[in-house]
Design a binder for this molecule. Structure first.
Ligand code: R1X
Length: 291
């Protein structure tokens, strides 16, 4: 008959965060320790079975009100504006925080660069109960009057994001929720210390274009106000899933002026851009309070 291996030789197949707790309890002596171990394992199995595969979150981990951004560091930055805040996930490019802003429960979740990865984030957030998602991103400006450190609010997006076309025909428009757009505009206006404009963003799948020229002038002439990579993906998923979404962006360059076709001259790390990110976060959080 095969006997149980000694306690310290057993494998504990548990999520990383729970490892220490389990090892501690696994080492409790006797029958009580055995019972605790089994109950704990059951809890972990039940918890694992409800976690989403990529964000690895439970519905209880997040608020229906979400600020989302590409950069994991910006998700952390948003969390610094929250009280009672907790990091609830950190897997791949998806770092998630939940806390309170002036009494309102809010989550900040990073989605990484590009539509395909971001789509996974948005889908899982919606499955977890997200009902309002505002992207707080960076972009290139197509407007001569919107310079680095100024803001753009996206009323919609062109659909070259490379992902939303897989989800629904490109004839379907990517449009921001009207209430979110108005709330962002009001919150930006109320500050009086930011220059901003509203309009259609261009969502482009490729940051570095290869042999194909990047048609910045074409889209600027068509009236697009700025270029980024994920807004269209968000707006299309939000429409298909019947939730509301919108976006606000700090301009970190102007592709028709400072930045060349191969993106040399692009420097998103200047102080003027960093300072504006804080203002954008405050505007987005105030917008959530208005909704
Ligand atoms: O949306 C764009 C992408 O996530 C904005 O910044 C990144 C590329 O540098």
């Amino acid at each position: 008959m095969r006997s149980n291996p000694p306690r310290d030789q057993r494998d504990c197949f548990v999520p990383r965060n729970d490892n220490c707790r389990v090892n501690l309890l696994c080492n409790s002596p006797g029958f009580l320790g055995e019972c605790i171990e089994n109950i704990l394992r059951l809890c972990i199995i039940l918890r694992m079975s409800t976690l989403t595969p990529h964000l690895r979150l439970n519905p209880a981990d997040i608020s229906p009100l979400i600020l989302t951004c590409g950069d994991t560091a910006r998700a952390k930055q948003i969390s610094e504006y929250l009280t009672n805040v907790k990091q609830v996930g950190a897997w791949r490019e998806y770092h998630s925080f939940t806390g309170e802003y002036k009494g309102l429960r809010v989550s900040a979740v990073s989605h990484g660069v590009g539509g395909a990865g971001a789509a996974i984030c948005f889908e899982e957030l919606i499955r977890l109960g997200a009902r309002t998602i505002i992207r707080v991103g960076t972009c290139g400006s197509y407007l001569p009057e919107i310079r680095s450190g100024d803001l753009l609010i996206g009323t919609g997006a062109t659909r070259e994001d490379g992902t939303s076309n897989i989800l629904v025909d490109v004839a379907y428009p990517a449009i921001s929720d009207l209430d979110i757009t108005n709330a962002l505009r009001e919150a930006a206006q109320a500050r009086g210390d930011v220059r901003f404009a509203l309009g259609v963003m261009r969502s482009d799948a490729a940051f570095y274009h290869g042999l194909t020229p990047n048609p910045h002038n074409y889209w600027a002439e068509a009236g697009a106000v700025g270029i980024e990579m994920e807004l269209a993906t968000l707006l299309i998923i939000a429409s298909l899933r019947r939730i509301r979404a919108g976006g606000i962006f700090v301009a970190d360059g102007n592709p028709n002026e400072e930045v060349t076709d191969n993106m040399s001259g692009y420097d998103p790390h200047r102080n003027v851009v960093e300072e504006a990110k804080g203002k954008m976060i405050e505007i987005a959080l105030e917008a959530l309070r208005k909704l």
